[in-house]
Ligand binder design. Structure first.
Ligand code: NAD
Ligand code: DAU
Length: 341
C-alpha cells in the first residue's frame, strides 16, 4: 500500500498524476492538498474513487495546515504545487517566491518532522536556462543551474533547498526536471491550450517574437509515469531529467494544431516577444530511460490528437477556465480583448 501526499493535485499535471495513480495502482491512497489558486480546478478531479482520494484545501506555505493534513504512515510527499506560468512571474514574482520556495521549505520541514520516508520535488528543465539554437546541445543532470526568468529562478531555489535538506539532515529526496507538458485539463494561459481554445472559437493566436523558440514537448501521462518510476526506484539525492526527445519550434506547433482543426494559418498573430524569452529547451532523458527503464508511451502525433479531441469535446471546461479573472489577465498580458482578431 502506498500512501501519498500530493500537493497541487487540482492543477494540470497534479490532477493527471492523481487520476493515473488511482486508476492504475489499486493499492494507492492519496491526500490531495491544494490551495485552489486560479490554476487549481476541482473540475479536474471529477469522477475519482473518493474512497482512496481525500482532497484538502490548503496552502503549502501554511505550516499548521500542512501538518494537520499530513497523515501518519505517509510514504511520500510529491510536490507539484507551484506558481507555474512564466509570463505571470515576469509581471510579478512575489507569489512565486512564496509558494515555490517558502512552500517547498515548509513541506521539507514537515517531511522531517513526521519522518516521511521520501520527498519528490517536481522541478523543471527551465532551471537550466536556455540552450543555443541549431546546436547539438542538451540538458543533462549535470547541466549547471542557470535560470533566466523569475519562475525558473524560484524553482532553482527550491531545488537548492531540497538538496540542502538531503545533505544536511539526510532527508531522502529525489528531483525530477521535465520539459513542456501538454494534454487534457491544462489551464489556457499556457501555449497549447491557448492555441486550442482560441482556434476553436476562430480567435487570433498570439505568437511571441519570431516564433522560432524551441520547446521539448511531452504528453502529461508520460511525465506522470516517469514521476512514479522516480518515486519507486530513483536514487536518494539524485536528479532525473524527463523528456520525450520531441523538440518543436513554436510556429510549427501552432501550424500543426491549426491544420488538425482545419483552421487557417491567418489566425496566427505575431506579438511582442516575452522579456528574456529562453530560446531552446532540449532534454537528454538517457538517465531515466536507462536507470529506471522508462520510455514515453505517446508519440507527438498520438498525444496531440488526444489533446485536441479533449479540448474540442470539453467546451464547458474551457468556458469555466476562461472566467472573468482570466479575461482580465488576457487583456493585461496581450493588450487586447480575448475575442479580438
Ligand atoms: P498548474 O499551474 O496547472 O497547477 C498548480 C497547482 O498548484 C494548482 O492546482 C494550484 O491551485 C496549486 N497551488 C499553487 N499554489 C499553491 C499553494 N501555495 N499551496 C497549495 N497549492 C498551490 O501547474 P502544472 O503545470 O500542473 O505544474 C505542476 C508542477 O510541475 C509545478 O511544480 C511546475 O513547476 C512543474 N512543471 C510543469 C511543467 C509544465 O509544462 N506545465 C513542466 C515541468 C515541470
Ligand atoms: O519547460 C517546462 C516549463 O514549460 C514549465 O516549467 C512551466 O511551468 C510551463 O509553463 C512551461 O514554460 P514555457 O514558458 O515554455 O511554456 P508556455 O506554454 O508559457 O510557452 C511555450 C512557448 O510558447 C514559449 O516559447 C513561449 C511561447 N508562447 C507562449 C504563450 C503563452 C507564445 O508564443 N505565445 C503565448 O501566448
Amino acid at each position: 500500500m502506498h500512501k501519498l501526499f500530493i500537493t497541487g493535485g487540482a492543477g494540470f499535471i497534479g490532477s493527471a498524476f492523481v487520476r493515473l495513480i488511482l486508476a492504475e495502482i489499486s493499492s494507492c491512497e492519496i491526500t490531495n492538498f491544494d490551495a485552489l489558486t486560479y490554476a487549481g480546478n476541482l473540475d479536474n478531479l471529477q469522477g475519482l474513487d473518493e474512497s482512496r482520494h481525500r482532497f484538502v484545501h490548503g496552502d503549502i506555505a501554511d505550516r499548521e495546515a500542512v501538518l494537520n493534513a499530513l497523515e501518519e504512515g505517509t510514504d511520500a510527499i510529491i510536490n507539484f504545487a507551484a506558481e507555474s506560468h512564466v509570463d505571470r512571474s515576469i509581471a510579478s514574482a512575489h507569489e512565486f517566491l512564496r509558494t515555490n520556495i517558502l512552500g517547498t521549505q515548509v513541506l521539507l520541514d514537515a517531511a522531517r518532522e513526521r519522518h516521511v520516508p521520501r520527498f519528490v520535488q517536481i522541478s523543471t528543465d527551465e532551471v537550466m536556462g536556455s540552450l543555443p539554437e541549431d546546436e547539438n546541445a542538451f540538458f543533462t543532470e549535470d547541466s549547471p543551474l542557470a535560470p533566466n526568468n523569475p519562475y525558473a529562478a524560484s524553482k532553482a531555489a527550491a531545488e537548492h533547498m531540497v538538496n540542502a535538506a538531503h545533505h544536511t539532515y539526510g532527508l531522502d529526496t529525489v528531483i525530477t526536471r521535465c520539459g513542456n507538458n501538454y494534454g487534457p485539463r491544462q489551464f489556457p494561459e499556457k501555449f497549447i491550450p491557448l492555441i486550442l481554445s482560441n482556434a476553436l472559437e476562430d480567435q487570433s493566436i498570439p505568437l511571441y517574437g519570431d516564433g522560432r523558440n524551441v520547446r521539448d514537448w511531452i504528453y502529461v501521462e508520460d511525465h506522470c509515469r516517469a514521476i512514479m518510476r522516480v518515486f519507486e526506484r530513483g536514487r536518494s539525492g539524485e536528479v532525473y531529467n524527463i523528456g520525450a526527445r520531441n523538440e518543436r519550434r513554436n510556429i510549427d506547433v501552432v501550424k500543426a494544431i491549426l491544420d488538425a482543426l482545419g483552421k487557417p494559418h491567418e489566425l496566427i498573430h505575431h506579438v511582442k516577444d516575452r522579456l528574456g524569452h529562453d530560446r531552446r529547451y532540449a532534454i537528454d532523458p538517457s538517465k531515466v530511460e536507462g536507470d529506471l527503464d522508462w520510455q514515453p508511451v505517446e508519440t507527438w502525433e498520438s498525444g496531440l490528437e488526444k489533446t485536441i479531441r479533449w479540448y474540442a469535446e470539453n467546451g464547458a471546461w474551457i468556458q469555466r477556465a476562461r472566467s472573468g479573472a482570466y479575461r482580465d489577465y488576457y487583456t493585461r498580458q496581450y493588450g487586447t480583448e480575448i475575442s479580438a482578431r
